[in-house]
Design a protein around this ligand. Structure first.
Ligand code: SIN
Length: 527
């Protein structure tokens, strides 16, 4: 385990105090480890410090990188180093895939009910450890504790949902036109699955994929994001306590070797499916790697979500929807509103009400109870938002609120509202992934649908209207995988989550267990 720097200082001062008191010999290794554990618990505020795992996990064992390399993980609110994690490479990735292949033989043979029961134990442990797991999310990602608890509940709901789905992977009986033959369809787990996840939901993006994979009877090799590995490792610790056998879940942590690890996870012939959430550019690259062995792939890539407010909308509801949709995770979600189109007759009113609400946000450390919004993940993210703001202003947009980095050590950016953003501005072309609300005026339904669809991606789209005819028309016309009408919050475990166009392939959540299974047809002849 890896105590934070605060924890280390605490241990050192305890040891110095012991020496001052005449106990010149060092405490035994066991006692020193216990001290580190206490210090770590103290520093991170966890009730159970053994959830802080800082090694990879292969074939049921916590392991370091073979060549001993490590990378640092930083708290984005304080810029303090939290600890260091093994920087694994090709060898460890191949070992993890081999372990998952071996474990697949027995895991896939368990009955669906046995897998359901183990996943429900894992779910129960996640619930029991809600505070600790939420704290880990806040420590490494920065989102406020209230939001981290929301992510934790979302994360646990995937394990519960897929435990329930495990026992419902029904086949089919198809009436046969040939005499003396019966047609049956069964579903079987695909095999070893590679799981590659982003830092914006350190916990939920793991369980959305892992829950489905394990429920289907697959085994997994996870590559968690190097910015937020601790949540993943804590989940694996709990899955192990729940009784999920060695080799079924493996974790390869990496930073410097990410390119070779990612490639191996997609190219290795023993991997049968790749599930990735992240940027469109990385998604396209992994898709190419996976094509060589014709693997199944699920890719949930970037969005550039339109959020449309028509003049017949409930404006209060639309403002609330925009706040939730735009500023969740400080704007760092793939489904965040990116372009906010407001019909001209209500434009000024909407803009001023939104600005008033945003002015009341409290940006800060996620552990401060007053904080409503946390930092961005790192300084590169801050720079990207600044580039989008400066570019839009240069092209004529008006700054209504925010617009710059906030003082302090962490990666904080002021929640920002820009009005009259021209359609050639960068923020209209690509997702900002930050707390920038770009307002654009429109006149007609036809015009706004054209604007909304004028992008190469299509993950989520939102609109507010009370005209039932328009609700149907616009919902059908938006070129996206998911639509929120009169709501800015669509994410749940039970829905088919995913996009169209360059936002990706496949669906997660909902009936997403199917993506981890092969369909097999069996003809029973000679009857
Ligand atoms: C994402 O940002 O990739 C996922 C967002 C969600 O599940 O709501």
């Amino acid at each position: 385990m890896s105590p934070s720097t605060t924890g280390v200082k605490l241990v050192s001062s305890t040891l110095r105090a012991a020496q001052r008191n005449g106990k010149s010999t060092l405490p035994s290794l066991k006692n020193r480890l216990a001290l580190y554990r206490m210090a770590s618990t103290y520093a991170w505020g966890l009730k159970d410090a053994s959830l802080i795992r800082s090694q990879g996990f292969i074939d049921g064992k916590w392991v370091d990188a073979k060549e001993g390399g490590k990378f640092a993980v930083t708290n984005p609110s304080t810029a303090e180093e939290l600890g260091s994690i093994p920087d694994m490479g090709l060898n460890e990735t191949q070992e993890a895939i081999a372990a998952a292949s071996k474990a697949f033989k027995s895991w896939s043979k368990k009955t669906a009910k046995e897998r359901h029961d183990l996943l429900m134990k894992f779910f129960a442990l996640m619930k029991e450890n809600e505070d600790d797991l939420s704290r880990l999310i806040t420590i490494e990602n920065g989102k406020p504790m209230k939001e981290a608890k929301g992510e934790h509940a979302y994360s646990a709901s995937f394990i519960e949902w897929f435990a329930e789905e495990a026992v419902r992977t029904y086949g089919e009986f198809i009436p046969c036109p040939l005499p003396g033959t019966r047609n049956v369809v069964i579903k079987q787990p695909v095999g070893v699955v590679s799981i590659l996840t982003p830092w914006n939901f350190p916990s939920a993006m793991i369980t959305r994929k892992l829950g489905a994979a394990l429920a289907a009877g697959c085994t997994a090799v996870i590559k968690p994001p190097s910015e937020t590995p601790y949540s993943c490792l804590a989940l694996v610790e709990l899955a192990t306590r729940a009784g999920i056998p060695p080799g079924v879940i493996n974790v390869v942590t990496t930073h410097a070797n990410i390119a070779e690890v990612g490639r191996e996870l997609c190219e290795n012939a023993d991997v049968k499916k790749v599930s990735f959430t992240g940027s469109t550019s990385v998604g396209k690259m992994l898709y190419k790697y996976a094509a060589g062995t014709m693997k199944k792939v699920s890719i949930e890539a970037g969005g550039n979500a339109p959020f449309i407010v028509f003049d017949d909308a409930d404006i209060d509801a639309a403002v609330e929807g925009a706040l939730v949709c735009k500023f969740r995770g400080s704007g760092q979600t793939c489904v965040c509103a990116n372009r906010i189109y407001v019909q001209s007759s209500i434009y000024a009113e909407f803009a001023s009400r939104l600005a008033e609400k945003v002015a009341a946000f409290k940006v800060g450390d996620g552990f401060d109870e007053q904080t409503t919004h946390g930092p961005l993940i790192h300084d590169r993210a801050v720079e990207k938002v600044q580039t989008h703001v400066d570019d839009a202003v240069k092209r004529g947009a008006q700054l209504l609120h925010g617009g710059k980095r906030l003082d302090g050590k962490g990666s904080f950016f002021a929640p920002t509202i820009l009005a009259d953003v021209p359609k050639d501005a960068l923020v209209c072309q690509e997702e900002t992934f930050g707390p920038l609300a770009a307002l654009i005026k429109f006149e007609t339904e036809e015009e706004v649908i054209k604007l909304a669809n004028d992008t190469s991606v299509g993950l989520a789209g939102y609109f507010f209207s009370r005209d039932v005819g328009r609700v149907w028309r616009v919902a059908e016309a938006l070129e996206v995988g998911m639509v929120g009408t009169n709501t800015g919050a669509i994410s749940q475990a039970v829905i088919p989550f995913g996009g169209v166009k360059e936002s990706g392939l496949g669906r997660e959540g909902g009936h997403g267990i199917e993506e981890y299974m092969n369909v097999k047809f069996i003809a029973f002849g000679g009857l």
